[in-house]
Design a protein. Structure first.
Length: 134
């Protein structure tokens, strides 16, 4: 069965629409059908990652976003997405992914990294002033 690119795009768009309507199961089905036809389109994998991240299925989202990186390692959005999955308990991993995203031009990642630097500088200043008071 041959599908033209408009049909695949329609499946993808139906998946996104379902995602925005919070109909995650339908969204997954539509986008998986698009991926069966065109498995090398990173945006389709990215959309599946968004859906699973919205369902708090971070490990599944990370797998889909890693697939994006396999297909397009120069897109900062994919590094940022993976980095955003990590909290303070895995801050080093988050910093690594955000640094890669920032180096590829992602402004959100740059802003987050800058805020981390400012926070560290403020903490150093607070530590010094506490030592002087003693």
């Amino acid at each position: 069965l041959l599908y033209d690119s408009m049909h695949v795009k329609a499946l993808y768009n139906a998946g996104l629409t379902s995602y925005y309507l919070l109909q995650y199961s339908n969204a997954i089905q539509f986008i998986q059908k698009a991926l069966i036809i065109q498995p090398t389109v990173p945006e389709y994998w990215y959309a599946l990652g968004l859906i699973h991240a919205s369902r708090n299925e971070k490990h599944i989202a990370a797998g889909y976003w890693n697939q994006c990186l396999q297909l397009d390692k120069d897109n900062p959005k994919y590094y940022y997405a993976i980095g955003s999955l990590y909290d303070e308990t895995a801050k080093d991993v988050k910093v690594d992914y955000f640094t890669k995203a920032a180096n590829l031009g992602d402004e959100k990642a740059k802003a987050w990294l800058d805020a981390q630097k400012i926070g560290k500088e403020e903490n150093k200043g607070n530590t010094k002033s506490k030592k002087k008071k003693r």
